[in-house]
Design a protein around this ligand. Structure first.
Ligand SMILES: [Fe+2]
Length: 474
C-alpha cells in the first residue's frame, strides 16, 4: 500500500473512530422504528432466478428496475441510528421479452461495507461514506447517489460497485441524489451541498458523456440541506429551506446533524441553466420543507410554475422527527412582479415521492404520480395518479396489506403518449413480510395489475429507483 493511501486510511479511520466514541454517549435503546417491520434491514446479498409471475409482463419492458435504500450492516445502538444514514443497498430486477430474468440485492461498496465484507477498498471513499438515496442510468452506466458529501458510486450490470467519483471528472467530490435530466440536451442538472462547506452550494451540470461541464457556487448561510431541485426549459430551480446543519447535534451523538432552524428563512431561487450566482433571483416563501419536486415549467413573464410535495415542518423536535406534520401536494407559481411564491393546494392527502413522465421535464405535462406517506405507522399505502388538467385523482390500492414505495413511470416506447406506459414499484406485504414488483398499466391504474413479480425476499422500504432500459441508459 502506498504512503498517501496509508495516510488517507489513517485520517478516515480516525474520524470514524471519533464519531463512534461520540455516538456512544447516546443512551442505549433496543428499539428504533426504522430498524423494525418493513424497515428492518436484510442480512445477506442474494441472487434469485425462476421468479413466479402473475399476469403478463409487457414485452416492451427490457431492462433493469433498480431501487436503493438504507440497509445498515451493523447497528451498535438502535437509539443512535438515523434512517437517512444506513448503508445503501440496491435491489434490482431484470425484465426481458416478457420474462422476469432475475432479482439481486447488493450493498453499495463503500469503505465501511467493503471492509466488513472483506472486499478491497475502492479509491474515492471517505469518512461518513454512505450511498443510499437514488440510483440512475446515465451515459450508458449505472450510478448510485447520495447528497451531503460522499461521491457517486458506479455499479456494473450485476450491481457490484466498480468505481467512486464525480462521474468521469476525475474529482472525488460529493454530488446530489436528485439530478434532473434535460430531455433536450441530455445534461444532468443538480444542486449539491456538503456538510464540510456550509456557506455555499453548487449547481453542477454533467453532460451525457459523464463529463462535468459547468460548476457554479451559490452563497448560502447556515448549511441548508438541499435535497432536490427542478429544471425548466431555461432555468434551474434552487430550494433554500429552513433545515440546516447543527454541528452541536453531531457532538451530542446524532448521526444526522440537521434540524429545523427558525432563524433560516425559506426561499426559492431561479438561475439560468448556464448562469452564475449574480443572475440568481430569489422568491420568499412561508417556512416549510420540500424534499421532492414534480415538474416545473417556464412562464412567459420570466417566472415559473412547479409542483411540489410540501412538509409543513420536519426535524423540529428531533432529527428523527419526520412525517408528523401535514405533507401535501401543491402548485407553486413564482411571479417576478410580486417576487413571491403563490401556493395552491392540489391535494391534501399525505403523500410523497412525486414522479412523472420525465420525457416532459421542463415542459407542460398532465400526469403526476405519488404514493401515500406515513412514517409514523407502517400501513397499506396507495398510488395516487393526479390528472393536473382535470384536477381528478385516481388511486390504486395494493391489497389489504400492501405498502408501495416510490412508483416509476416507464413509457411504452420513445414516442408513445404521456399516459401510455407502466408504473413500477416494490410493494411490501406487511403480513407476509415479502415484497413484489408490481407493474400497473398507467391508463388503468384502478384496475388489476398488468403483472406481479413475486419475490422470495423482503425489499425493505427505501428511497428512490429508476427504470434503466437495455442499451439506453442515458
Ligand atoms: Fe429523495
Amino acid at each position: 500500500m502506498s504512503l498517501p493511501r496509508l495516510l488517507d486510511d489513517l485520517a478516515v479511520n480516525t474520524v470514524e473512530w471519533t464519531a463512534r466514541q461520540i455516538r456512544k454517549r447516546v443512551p442505549y435503546s433496543p428499539s428504533n422504528q426504522f430498524l423494525e417491520g418493513p424497515y428492518a434491514p436484510v442480512r445477506e446479498e442474494r441472487t434469485e432466478t425462476a421468479l413466479r409471475v402473475t399476469g403478463n409482463i409487457p414485452p416492451e419492458l427490457n431492462g433493469l428496475y433498480a431501487r436503493i435504500g438504507p440497509n445498515p450492516m451493523q447497528v451498535e445502538n438502535p437509539a443512535a441510528y438515523h434512517w437517512f444514514t444506513g448503508d445503501g443497498m440496491v435491489h434490482g430486477i431484470r425484465l426481458q421479452d416478457g420474462k422476469a430474468l432475475d432479482y439481486r440485492n447488493r450493498w453499495v461498496g463503500t469503505r465501511a461495507v467493503n471492509r466488513k465484507l472483506g472486499r478491497p477498498t475502492i479509491d474515492g471513499s471517505g469518512p461518513f461514506d454512505v450511498v443510499n438515496t437514488n440510483i440512475i442510468g446515465h451515459g450508458g452506466r449505472l450510478w448510485a447517489l447520495v447528497e451531503g458529501g460522499p461521491t457517486p458510486a458506479e455499479l456494473d450490470s450485476e450491481l457490484n460497485t466498480v468505481k467512486r467519483g464525480l462521474f468521469d471528472s476525475g474529482l472525488h467530490k460529493g454530488y446530489s441524489a436528485h439530478p434532473h435530466r434535460d430531455p433536450v440536451t441530455g445534461d444532468l442538472h443538480a444542486i449539491c451541498y456538503s456538510v464540510a462547506a456550509p456557506n455555499r452550494i453548487h449547481h453542477v451540470v454533467t453532460n451525457s458523456q459523464c463529463q462535468i461541464t459547468h460548476i457554479t457556487p451559490i452563497p448560502v448561510s447556515h448549511g441548508p440541506m438541499v435535497h432536490d431541485c427542478a429544471i425548466t426549459a431555461s432555468k434551474v430551480v434552487v430550494m433554500d429551506f429552513p433545515v440546516t446543519l447543527t454541528p452541536l447535534d453531531f457532538l451530542k451523538g446524532s448521526p444526522f446533524p440537521y434540524r429545523w432552524n427558525e432563524k433560516h428563512g425559506a426561499r426559492v431561487g431561479l438561475l439560468p441553466k448556464q448562469g452564475d450566482a449574480s443572475q440568481m433571483r430569489w422568491f420568499e416563501v412561508e417556512p416549510c420543507y420540500v424534499f421532492h419536486t414534480g415538474n416545473a415549467v417556464d412562464r412567459a413573464d420570466g417566472g415559473i410554475v412547479m409542483d411540489v410535495v410540501v412538509h409543513d415542518r420536519v426535524f423540529g423536535n428531533s432529527a428523527q422527527d419526520l412525517g408528523q406534520s401535514p405533507v401535501t401536494l401543491e402548485r407553486w407559481t413564482l411571479d417576478p412582479q410580486r417576487r413571491d411564491v403563490q401556493r395552491q393546494l392540489l391535494n391534501d392527502r399525505q403523500q410523497e415521492f412525486p414522479r412523472y413522465d420525465e420525457r416532459r421535464t421542463g415542459q407542460d405535462y398532465r400526469y403526476l404520480y405519488t404514493v401515500g406517506f406515513d412514517t409514523t405507522t407502517p400501513s397499506p399505502q396507495p398510488l395516487f395518479r393526479h390528472d393536473l388538467h382535470t384536477g381528478t385523482v385516481q388511486e390504486h390500492h395494493y391489497g389489504q396489506h400492501g405498502l408501495s414505495g416510490e412508483v416509476v413511470f416507464v413509457p411504452r416506447n420513445a414516442n408513445s403518449a404521456e399516459e401510455d406506459g407502466w408504473l413500477l414499484s416494490y410493494v411490501y406485504d406487511l403480513e407476509k413480510e415479502r415484497s413484489d414488483l408490481v407493474i400497473l398499466n398507467a391508463q388503468d391504474v384502478g384496475g388489476e395489475p398488468q403483472a406481479i413479480v413475486h419475490l422470495p425476499v423482503r425489499v425493505p422500504l427505501g428511497f428512490h429507483g429508476n427504470w434503466i432500459a437495455d442499451g439506453a441508459m442515458n
